[in-house]
Design a protein around this ligand. Structure first.
Ligand SMILES: NC(=O)C1=CN([C@@H]2O[C@H](COP(=O)(O)OP(=O)(O)OC[C@H]3O[C@@H](n4cnc5c(N)ncnc54)[C@H](OP(=O)(O)O)[C@@H]3O)[C@@H](O)[C@H]2O)C=CC1
Ligand SMILES: O=C1OC[C@@H](O)[C@H](O)[C@H]1O
Length: 391
């Protein structure tokens, strides 16, 4: 057997998801049955300080040879790095991903990809013109569970899919009209592109798009129209957003829901029912667990007489590190694309990221949500405070 293709990662930012993703990178791929690719973490950068990057390296138990940088600029200039993982708040994604692409680096960028569709367009154009790999890190798409759902749909297991209802909401309602996040928290802070839609609604949309758009034959791809209802929080960010997406030619509807007030899973024990229901003429696929990290499918078809076939999808753990979150599958996808010279992932192509961003743009427009110029401009500025960390 040939040796696995190795990808050398540079981690941009040192927050919660950077830590989770990097720990996944450091798991043994064999623990999830993967033998064709592997990952090395070669450098970490923090806009706060070099010490913070060094602490992060220790915390995730990365090799001692991993380089610590005190600036994003140094990271993107490192010739040993093949691909940069952008793990800053949404507000920063456009400038940070541009910084990396501009320096000739491939990029995996956290969700939501950008604040505006125009920013996403600019990133795609830049990746294309520089012949670089670029992908939105919607990790859920790469789960074996998601692959199974797409297979079930395209094989006709539930007939034509006419409707998908998907919800990702976290119940953080608090007294006196407040939400249980400090106003400075990235979940509600407009300066960090906070709000339910960009942070959580993207997952509800992911399920609508996987089931009603991605699975459409290439020649029949149809972008949806959207009607949205949006409640705004006092910070200006959206707190509850509901969208009806219509795909007229396909006669299908997607209902994507998100809220910071009510919970899609009030007790986290699956008793509230499936957070995603994909409904076809011949049956239904129910996706159980939070929309970002579901763990079970229930397939109910007319043929099975209403009896559900239940399939569990546990997240594999690397026993040696006592870790496994599920973000490694998207990293494996990025590695395979790099190995095969593909500049975009077939599982989440640039065109689809673009249409999703357009739906989010339109939703925010209908809801009257606007973000500051610094974070919504599509003019790249290497010296933007978003790149230098001078806050
Ligand atoms: N895929 C998933 O499951 C998840 C994805 N996410 C996504 O990851 C991104 C980051 O989220 P998360 O890790 O929770 O955020 P954190 O606040 O925990 O971390 C963000 C990091 O970005 C850097 N940063 C740079 N400028 C700022 C600034 N002005 N304010 C705050 N942070 C700044 C900091 O790193 P430094 O100081 O080192 O530069 C900080 O640690 C978001 O886009 C979010 O949507 C988040 C959670 C789960
Ligand atoms: O991507 C995410 O998934 C998990 C949520 O808790 C988090 O807020 C969000 O950023």
């Amino acid at each position: 057997m040939s040796s696995p293709y190795t990808v050398r990662w540079g981690i941009l930012a040192t927050g919660w998801i950077a830590e989770t993703f990097t720990k996944d990178l450091l798991t043994n791929p064999a623990s999830r049955g993967v033998h064709d690719v592997r990952h090395e973490v070669v450098a970490v950068s923090s806009s706060s300080s070099k010490d913070r990057a060094a602490e992060f390296i220790k915390k995730v138990d990365a090799p001692s040879s991993t380089k610590a940088y005190g600036s994003y600029h140094e990271l993107v200039a490192d010739p040993d790095v093949d691909i940069i993982y952008v793990a800053t708040p949404h507000s920063h994604h456009f400038q940070n991903a541009m910084l990396a692409l501009d320096a000739g680096k491939n990029v995996l960028c956290e969700k939501s990809l950008t604040v505006t569709a125009a920013q996403t367009r600019k990133l795609i154009e830049t990746a294309r013109s520089k012949n670089l790999f670029f992908m939105e890190a919607v990790w859920t798409r790469y789960f074996p569970l998601s692959i199974k759902v797409r297979e079930l749909i395209t094989s006709g297991a539930i007939g034509n899919v006419y409707r998908t209802i998907a919800d990702l909401s976290v119940g953080r309602d608090a007294p006196e009209g407040k939400i249980d996040f400090a106003d400075s928290n990235r979940m509600v802070n407009a300066d960090l592109a906070g709000g339910a839609l960009l942070d959580l609604g993207i997952y509800a949309l992911t399920w609508v798009f996987q089931s009603l758009y991605h699975t459409q034959p290439e020649t029949e791809k149809e972008a949806p129209t959207v009607i949205a209802a949006v409640n705004k929080y006092h910070t200006g960010a959206d707190e509850t957003t509901s969208m009806i997406l219509q795909f007229p030619k396909h006669k299908s509807h997607g209902i994507a829901l998100t809220s910071l007030r009510v919970a899609s899973e009030p007790d986290s024990k699956d008793t509230a029912g499936a957070s995603i229901r994909i409904q076809g003429g011949l049956g239904e696929i129910q996706v159980v667990g939070p929309a970002y990290r579901p763990h079970q499918l229930r397939i109910i078809t007319k043929e099975s007489d209403g009896k559900a076939e239940v399939i569990d999808f546990p997240i594999p753990k690397d026993e040696a590190r006592n870790w496994g979150h599920g973000m490694f599958w998207e990293a494996d996808e990025a590695a395979r694309c790099l190995r095969d010279g593909q500049k975009e992932s077939k599982t989440l192509p640039w065109s689809e990221s673009m249409v999703i961003m357009e739906v989010m743009d339109e939703t925010l427009r209908q809801g009257g949500v606007t973000y500051p110029e610094l974070i919504s401009t599509d003019v790249f500025d290497p010296q933007s405070p978003l790149n230098t960390g001078k806050r």
